[in-house]
Design a binder for this molecule. Structure first.
Ligand code: ADE
Length: 251
């Protein structure tokens, strides 16, 4: 079981996603626990202010340190030293499958969602223990990134996905993109499902999938093949698949 504490000024946007489908069931079955905390509840002034103008001028508002420190310290109490406190920010290390695995090894994670133009640097320096970005683009806040992180980490928790095998087979878990999938009907608008998938020959199906996975990765994400540490067998399969494919491209 992993516990996530989310600190945000927009608590109301989190629950629709967290309570639905797989994450909803993961919460019901006690495999994950998600607590959402409103930073405004920890602001000391009458207006419950959580942002202020930047020293030195310039546009935009900055998240004040006091309500954030108070919120995190009040919730984590004696767990403050032992819990990773992750600030979601475009300046963080870029999230990946391996970072999700690293996070999944913790029993408890605190997630700080930045808003406005940024957070007071003292939050970075003296509260956050890690900074994560979900990619090189800028969102209006850290709420979606926190949901992305919780989603990716939760599906690695044993029992969260119905099929224990499923997350091990994923793209990225194996360092390759996934092969194509098909379901019924066998023909739709004249587009047919590859016959091998309906042949009942499991060895051939596995071979086809592996080759598709290799071809697709080569075509779309050749950078991943460098990290995939292809076995000699996979190298051979990729060469064979490329030959079979002839001049055709992936799509
Ligand atoms: N906050 C705003 N943009 C972000 C991003 N790309 N990743 C994480 N947090 C963010």
């Amino acid at each position: 079981m992993i516990r996530f504490d989310i600190f945000t000024v927009l608590p109301e946007v989190m629950s629709a996603y967290l309570d639905a489908s797989i994450l909803g069931r993961a919460q019901e079955s006690g495999r994950i626990l998600v607590e959402v905390h409103n930073i405004r509840d920890y602001a000391a002034d009458r207006h419950r202010t959580t942002d202020d103008e930047p020293y030195g001028g310039g546009g935009g508002m900055i998240m004040k340190p006091e309500p954030v420190f108070t919120a995190v310290e009040s919730v984590l109490t004696d767990k403050l030293q032992s819990t990773p406190i992750v600030l979601l920010t475009p300046q963080g290390r870029v999230f990946s499958h391996s970072i999700a695995q690293e996070m999944a090894s913790h029993a408890h994670i605190a997630l700080l969602c930045g808003r406005y133009e940024g957070v007071d640097e003292r939050i970075r320096d003296h509260l956050a223990t890690d900074e994560i970005s979900i990619g090189d683009y800028v969102l209006t806040g850290g709420e979606l990134p926190a949901l992305v992180l919780i989603d990716a980490v939760s599906r690695l928790v044993p029992g969260v996905l119905g099929d224990a095998f499923a997350s091990k087979q994923d793209s990225h878990a194996v360092g390759l993109l996934e092969h194509p999938h098909y379901t019924r009907p066998p023909e739709y608008r004249g587009w047919v499902v590859p016959p091998v998938l309906r042949s009942g020959d499991h060895a051939q199906v596995d071979l086809w999938r592996k080759k598709q996975s290799l071809l697709r990765t080569q075509a779309r994400r050749p950078d991943l093949l460098g990290n995939a540490n292809l076995s000699e067998e996979d190298q051979r399969l990729l060469t064979e698949a490329l030959q079979e494919q002839g001049g055709k491209t992936d799509e």
